[in-house]
Write a protein that binds this ligand. Structure first.
Ligand code: FES
Length: 106
């Protein structure tokens, strides 16, 4: 499953991501800068904030209540396409998803 990470400068990096991992885990495992993930993926820190820009956006489940509340605490402004990348679980249906990394996470 190809996940495309775009940094704040606009550079893109495509990673072939295994199913079952989160968009955050794949970024951290591959040294993608711009994701801090202080809480390790428990939806409790908001430092894995991303903007979902393109690709199969409609395949993403809506944020649950915990994610929705945590998205109020992001360092960069929350937008309609804001998500916590630790809550986005990769599967084949997300092939080609483009996530943009905010300028800062803390
Ligand atoms: Fe902490 Fe996603 S890693 S909220």
């Amino acid at each position: 499953t190809r996940i495309i990470y775009q940094n704040a400068a606009g550079q893109r990096r495509e990673i072939d991501a295994p199913a079952g991992r989160s968009v955050m885990q794949v970024a951290v495992a591959n040294g993608v800068d711009g994701i801090v993930a202080e809480c390790g993926g428990s939806a409790m820190c908001a430092t894995c904030h991303v903007y979902v820009e393109a690709g199969p956006v409609d395949k993403l489940p809506a944020p649950n209540a915990v994610e929705d509340e945590m998205l109020e605490s992001t360092a960069e402004p929350r937008m309609p396409n804001s998500r916590l990348s630790c809550q986005l679980v990769i599967g084949p249906e997300l092939d080609g998803l483009v996530v943009r990394l905010p300028e800062r996470q803390v």
